[in-house]
Every structure is written in C-alpha cells, then in structure tokens.
Write a protein that binds this ligand. Structure first.
Ligand code: HXH
Length: 326
C-alpha cells in the first residue's frame, strides 16, 4: 500500500494533529503516512501557559521529540486566539483589566517564550487564529485582544513572532475560509498586513468541511483568491464530517456505505483541487489521524460519533484513502 506522504511528496507535506493518546495509539499510521504533525491542544495558551509565571512544555516537547525522531516537520498551533486562553491573562493582580501597553507586553513575552524554546525546530506557526468575524460586515471578531489592544493586535503578534524566530513561517489561520464573504475579509486582512510590511508568510485554511459543504466552487475560489496574495497556503485542520452543519442526528453507531462513498468522492475532489493549486499549497494537515479519535465526536452534537478521516477506527484505509492514492 502506497503511503499518503509518498503520493504527494513532490507537492505537500502531509500532516496530522496529535494528542497524547493518538500519538501512541496511532503511531504506526503516523510513521507510515505522515511527515508533519501539529499539537491539537498542547501548544495552546491554556495548556502551555496555564498560570502567570508558569509554562508547561512537557507534552509539547514530547511531540516535537516524536517528530524529530521520525524525521517529521512540526507546525505550531497557536499563539494568539480568543479561545482556550485563560481569563487571568487579560487582568492584573488587583483584578483590573490590563491597559493596551500591558497586554502588548504580555503578548510579546508569551510569544517570545514559546517560540524561542522551539526556535529553528518548529518551522511554521499559526500566529493568530480565528480573528475574523463570521457574521455581517464587521471585519474582526469581538475578543479581549481586540477590545483592549485594538485591531493592530494582529500586526503586533506577527511582528513579535518574527522577532522571536526570524526563520519561522508565520500564518494567519481561520475556519469558514471558503465562505465567499469571510474569504474576502480574510483577504482584506492579509492584504492590509502585507501593505504595511507585516511579516506574514501564509494563510492557513482550516478546512473543517463536510459531505455537502462547502461547494467545490467556493473552495476553489478561496484557494485562488488567497493565492493572489503571493502567500503560501497550508490546509491546516482538514476533516470531512459525515453531517451537515445543522444535522443533529445521534443514532448512528457506524457510517453507512453511502456516507463512505460520498466521503471518498469528496476527498478525491478536494485533493484534485489541491493538486491543481499545488504551486500555492505546501502542506495538508488533517485534524486527527484516524476515526479512532476526532474532536467531532460529541461536537457540536453531544452523543454523536463522526468519521471524518481517511483511516477507520482500527487504522484501516477507508474508501476515501483508496480514492486519493492512485
Ligand atoms: C478549530 N476551531 C481550532 O482552530 C482548533 O484549535 C480546535 O482544536 C478545533 C477546531 C474551529 C471552530 C470554530 C468555531 C466553532 C467551533 C470550532 O464555533 C462553534 C461553536 C459551536 C458550534 C459550532 C461551531
């Protein structure tokens, strides 16, 4: 059986998000098919910087050691985000909300500490995650970052990151990246950063897709549009849910034949697109390894399993895998 990473060795790195369970349970699959990993949670703020004067690098270090032992690359996820960032970060000891300058200083210290530790070893970082609004005309999502610093918090994050590791590739990463309205907002953000000489090198397309949405047309339009910026594109968190976004069914214990067939067709089309735009795309990372574990089981619908990957819960190749490997 051909390895995924060999099928695409001339085009993109093939990555998987890992956690402390899957890196063990799915290590054979990881070593065979993947040449890049991302920590699903272990480099996020609340994990790596749980208390004001306390960093916890243990799991992140172990993942990087795994990557290096197995000659894999590692992406860093993520430095500045509105989620999974503890509330204390935005307040001082007396419970007062920080000033703009104080928060910028804290941001800089966090980015410096984390990136310096992994300098030259983590080749790409999601510097800012999900800062664009999903709704209406607002460009930016409401967050403590935006509220306290203002919209240049994004620019500062990239400048601090570039200072910490000038060789790291720096990404803006977001979901609903193929939605035409949000696509234009992400484009506008990146274009603005570039016009101000902010060190940004890539756009991360999360690619949390499903059997029905987004359309291939919208995905292609998004890839094309982002590629116009001259930035490199990473598919950063790919999975293909079996359910429409508003589907709440919880009765399935395993995927139906029809679902598996449709998923195979979708994956084949996605990779055809990635190949068409291989000039612009340099990495494709799945947000997990196999259906043994996915963040989509129980989310956003409690009590519902999902099967979004190329390998089933026993690590066997699914129809989708065979449609991609030619
Ligand atoms: C990603 N967010 C994150 O980048 C990644 O770090 C995490 O591990 C998983 C996915 C995607 C996301 C964005 C919005 C969102 C949920 C996930 O908001 C919803 C909230 C409730 C219901 C549906 C979406």
């Amino acid at each position: 059986m051909k390895a995924l990473k060999d099928q695409f060795k001339d085009q993109f790195l093939i990555g998987a998000a890992v956690n402390s369970e899957t890196i063990k349970a799915d290590q054979a699959l990881l070593k065979t098919h993947f040449n890049s990993i991302t920590a699903e949670n272990e480099m996020k703020f609340e994990n790596i910087h749980p208390k004001p004067d306390e960093y916890d690098f243990q799991e992140a270090d172990q993942f990087l050691a795994f990557a290096e032992t197995n000659h894999m690359q590692m992406r860093g996820h993520t430095l500045v985000w509105h989620n999974q960032t503890p509330d204390w970060f935005f307040y001082d000891d007396s419970g007062q909300q920080l000033s703009r300058l104080e928060l910028l200083n804290r941001m800089e210290a966090h980015i410096q500490t984390v990136m310096t530790r992994y300098k030259g070893r983590i080749y790409a970082w999601d510097v800012v995650n999900e800062a664009i609004s999903d709704h209406g005309n607002a460009l930016y999502r409401q967050s403590k970052w935006l509220e306290i610093i203002g919209d240049d918090f994004i620019e500062y994050a990239f400048r601090f990151a570039h200072e910490a590791d000038p060789d790291a590739l720096l990404f803006y990463n977001d979901y609903n990246e193929s939605d035409p309205q949000k696509r234009e907002k992400i484009y506008q953000l990146a274009e603005g950063l570039l016009s101000r000489d902010v060190p940004i090198h890539g756009i991360g397309l999360q690619a949390h897709w499903n059997l029905y949405d987004p359309s291939l047309q919208d995905i292609e339009a998004a890839i094309k549009r982002y590629a116009e910026l001259g930035l490199t594109l990473h598919i950063t968190e790919m999975d293909v849910s079996m359910f429409r976004f508003d589907d709440k069914r919880t009765d399935l214990e395993k995927p139906t034949k029809e679902m598996l067939a449709l998923q195979a067709e979708r994956y084949a089309h996605f990779f055809d697109l990635f190949m068409m735009y291989a000039q612009a795309i340099s990495s494709v990372t799945f947000w997990g390894v196999s259906d043994r574990y996915t963040w989509l089981s129980d989310f956003p619908v409690k009590g519902r399993k999902n099967w979004p990957f190329l390998f089933d819960r026993n690590g066997e190749a699914k129809p989708a895998f065979h449609h991609i490997i030619k």
